[in-house]
Design a protein around this ligand. Structure first.
Ligand SMILES: Nc1nc2c(c(=O)[nH]1)N[C@H]1C(S)=C(S)[C@@H](COP(=O)(O)OP(=O)(O)OC[C@H]3O[C@@H](n4cnc5c(=O)[nH]c(N)nc54)[C@H](O)[C@@H]3O)O[C@H]1N2
Ligand SMILES: Nc1nc2c(c(=O)[nH]1)N[C@H]1C(S)=C(S)[C@@H](COP(=O)(O)OP(=O)(O)OC[C@H]3O[C@@H](n4cnc5c(=O)[nH]c(N)nc54)[C@H](O)[C@@H]3O)O[C@H]1N2
Ligand code: SF4
Ligand SMILES: [Mo]
Length: 739
């Protein structure tokens, strides 16, 4: 029997609504849901492959336990018992603080990943917490925290209304957007140009996004912070600064003026590889446009000056009066954000409340740099990592120096991985607990709604039944039960009910809350009968910004309302809301936080550096997703390949033919070469997530066309100091013909 069902796509930040075709209990097709309030029918090749991914025969159907050194299928009860025993022993002998946790990217795309890992970390009481964030967006968290007092006060380009968009180091035509949740990013860029707006792209490669732009600047990798400082310089120098409505809400303008004075376009032009005139034009055009938004992503983040660059993106948005106004960059309001409580000065934001044991890296958002995970496992002494929990991550491929991490994980006392695949990382686990495929999982965008270019609320319940296996919420809850000392076989609902009780106690005691003073039992009794994650979601929606305040605002959101609107509820365009967002002690935007002012000195010193030599950058592909979609026939073929792109003049000069050898601080690789004019001279690009040739994995198709692991070129010693983020773009390499 053929049916259709709606399901939000969990494969990237665009969160498209899909219409799945279901035949006899299997997903056999996926198309864009034209009635989805947010995506209006958009879909990409990954979403269209939903069925193939859901049904991939290499997905683990049952848990694996290591027996006599070999991972073998086990029952769920045996697997949880093994986790209880393995983790229990390490916690008993060395304490919960000796357990490391690594959280990978898909945690941002699952209900379970949003709700349960914090409870596991709290249950352990560990500071050995690592995630994909320090391979990705951590610099943005730090700059937002320092400027606005909240590390999650994301400044998102108002794509639908802006007149002038500057994209720096992002390729949304391929990535479909990141830290700016927009279904059909390509369509929105075309619409911008159609309505007479302009698109500027700053990227060392002429990407698909750059090809669409009115103007493309191709800087040397790693130099955007200097370029943006020069833009600020021009704004001051030519009297173009206009804070507009922000004028009374900004501190530190004079400090920024003083700092920027050292970064004239003419001073940085060689370092950036961009003409001074082009930088001046960039600045003038930003000011001339009625509204403008500067948006930076991976290329401004995972670089040597990542936090400085992320900060300067918003410095320029502020100096041109484009922050918090329609057409500029704005703060989304998620349906699970707490109901705004008006302006209250906050405690601000700081990092370095503790430091990593071996290299002394500062904590950032209670995390340590993933680039330091291997040394924390390997180095003996008090606080050494003795056990690992990985959830939805593949750091052996995604983090620097995978060979070292591979060895380190091999030596860890006990490891449990929650992951649907046996891959380069999970092959080291003692127990693998596979979550069910997406068709059997619920979806709500806890994280990404706070990044959406239009406010909205959508929920997908599981499309298909669980068939006797636990969902990921239950898997993670049972790990939490072990750590709470309650026992894995207790009722997992206990975990959710405890969160509900604590949250409502706090909320009802807060005079600013819409449920202030109400009895907790009364509110708890109003939550729906159903899975714990649904009860928590309903609670969050009801005390949230659009919520029904448990009946006090009868028109407000509840989970039932979302279920009754399967194509979603549109909550309107982004609204100015700076006063609600600001949590700095001063109550102002801190344009010149001391940590950033100090770090600018490091940049100033770099501007004089030699600019010869090759720099390596990354590249994404439309039919790939980090390391874990190379196992699907529909996505793995054709141009989705692990090749080294280089400029023809570089290839000719070096005598490089079909194959090159690339050497970096962490190792060397022999790679097939793709010569193209679409990359700046002196720059090479190689995608990440490849290198599926380690053996002992269960992704057969991927292993058959493994590619190479670009992160092996990187020894992980170079981090953006303020955020602990690994430098993945703009790493110096040597390249030559492979003999
Ligand atoms: N050189 C270089 N390195 C990079 C990058 C780069 O641009 N260049 N990009 C970095 C970035 S931005 C990121 S986000 C990281 C990603 O780093 P990771 O998150 O460590 O790696 P992924 O490849 O995304 O691995 C995701 C894992 O989640 C599993 N998974 C998929 N769906 C589910 C699910 O529903 N539940 C669970 N529990 N598991 C699931 C997959 O099987 C896979 O093992 O890589 C980083 N590494
Ligand atoms: N199809 C597909 N979609 C994805 C993913 C995927 O693997 N495949 N991964 C998802 C994830 S985890 C993330 S975080 C997002 C990332 O989303 P994006 O940031 O949009 O994606 P990237 O392709 O990494 O874009 C980074 C761009 O920066 C450029 N660049 C590199 N170095 C520099 C530099 O120093 N300066 C400047 N100005 N530019 C530079 C690169 O050439 C590249 O075009 O994509 C997500 N979406
Ligand atoms: S753009 Fe992203 S969310 Fe939309 S269908 Fe593709 S992978 Fe899914
Ligand atoms: Mo990412």
């Amino acid at each position: 029997m053929t049916e259709t069902a709606l399901r939000i796509c969990p494969f990237c930040e665009a969160t498209c609504g899909l219409t799945l075709t279901v035949d006899d209990g299997r997903v056999t097709g996926a198309r864009g849901d034209r009635d989805d309030v947010f995506s209006a029918g958009f879909i990409c090749p990954k979403g269209a492959s939903f069925g193939e991914l859901d049904n991939d025969p290499d997905r683990l159907a049952a848990p694996l336990i290591r027996r006599d050194g070999v991972l073998t299928e086990a029952t769920w009860d045996e697997a949880f018992a093994a986790v209880a025993e393995g983790l229990g022993a390490v916690v008993r002998d060395h304490g919960g603080a000796s357990v490391g946790v690594y959280l990978g990217n898909p945690n941002a795309h699952t209900v379970a990943g949003a709700l349960y890992p914090p409870l596991i970390i709290r249950g352990l009481g560990t500071r050995q917490v690592y995630s994909a964030s320090t391979l990705d967006q951590m610099p943005k968290h730090v700059s937002l925290g320092l400027m606005f007092g909240s590390p999650v006060a994301f400044t998102v380009p108002d794509l639908d209304r802006t007149d002038h968009l500057v994209i720096i180091g992002a390729n949304p035509l391929v990535s479909n957007g990141s830290l700016a949740t927009a279904a059909d990013f390509p369509g929105k860029l075309r619409a911008l140009r159609k309505r007479g707006g302009r698109l500027v792209v700053i990227d060392p490669a002429r990407t698909r996004t750059a090809a669409l732009a009115d103007r493309h600047l191709a800087p040397r990798p790693g130099t955007d912070a200097a370029l943006l400082f020069a833009v600020a310089h021009v704004l001051f120098d030519e009297n173009l600064v206009d804070l507009g409505a922000l004028a009374d809400h900004v501190a530190g303008v004079d400090e920024v003026r003083a700092l920027a004075s050292g970064f004239a376009p003419e001073t940085v032009a060689d370092f950036c590889g961009v003409d001074a005139d082009d930088i001046r034009t960039l600045a003038r055009e930003l000011v001339a446009a009625p509204t403008a938004a500067v948006y930076g992503r991976m290329g401004t983040s995972t670089v040597e000056f990542g936090t400085l660059g992320s900060w300067l993106v918003d410095v320029v948005n502020v100096l041109t009066g484009n922050l918090d106004r329609p057409g500029g960059v704005m703060f989304p309001l998620s349906p699970v954000a707490p109901a705004p409580r008006g302006h209250r000065p906050g405690r601000g934001f700081d990092t370095g409340r503790w430091h990593s044991r071996v290299s002394g890296y500062p904590e950032v958002l209670s995390e340590l740099p993933t680039a330091a995970l291997a040394e924390e496992i390997e180095t003996p002494g008090e606080g050494q990592i003795r056990a690992m929990i990985t959830i939805a991550g593949n750091p052996v491929l995604s983090a620097p120096d995978g060979d070292r991490l591979d060895r380190a994980l091999d030596g860890v006392g006990f490891m449990v991985s929650v992951d649907p695949y046996l891959n380069e990382t999970t092959r080291h686990a003692d127990v693998i607990l596979p979550p069910p495929p997406p068709s059997r999982s619920p979806h709500f965008d806890f994280a990404l709604n706070a990044l959406a270019v239009r406010n909205n609320a959508r929920y997908s319940p599981p499309v298909l039944p669980l068939d006797g296996r636990p969902d990921e919420a239950e898997i993670l809850s049972r790990i939490a039960l072990v750590l709470y000392g309650i026992g894995y076989d207790a009722d997992p609902a206990l975990v959710d009910e405890q969160v509900i009780a604590t949250t409502l106690a706090k909320e009802t005691a807060d005079a600013g809350s819409p449920v202030a003073g109400r009895p907790v039992e009364e509110l708890t009794a109003m939550l729906p009968v159903g899975p714990g994650y649904e009860r928590r979601l309903d609670m969050m929606l009801r005390i949230g910004a659009y919520g029904d305040a448990f009946g006090a605002r009868p028109d407000g959101l509840t989970l039932q309302r979302l279920k009754d609107a399967p194509h979603g509820i549109d909550l309107g365009p982004l609204q100015p809301r700076l006063r609600d967002v600001l949590r700095t002690p001063s109550g102002k935007i801190e344009l010149a936080p001391p940590q950033l002012v100090a770090d600018a000195e490091r940049l100033r010193a770099a501007v004089g550096r030699r600019t010869d030599g090759y720099l390596l950058i990354g590249r994404r592909h439309l039919r790939s997703n980090n390391s874990w979609m190379h196992n699907l026939p529909a996505l793995a073929g054709g141009s989705n390949r692990c090749t080294l792109r280089m400029h023809p003049d570089d290839a000719a000069e070096l005598g490089v033919g079909d194959t090159a050898i690339v050497k970096g601080a962490g190792g060397e690789l022999v790679v097939p070469v793709e010569v193209t004019e679409d990359i700046r001279r002196g720059v090479l690009s190689l995608p990440h997530g490849w290198g599926h040739d380690r053996g002992g994995t269960g992704q057969l198709l991927a292993a058959g066309q493994p590619g190479v692991n670009v992160n092996q070129l990187n020894d992980g010693s170079t981090l953006d100091p303020l955020s602990g983020t690994a430098v993945l773009n703009g790493i110096p390499v040597l390249v030559g013909p492979a003999s």
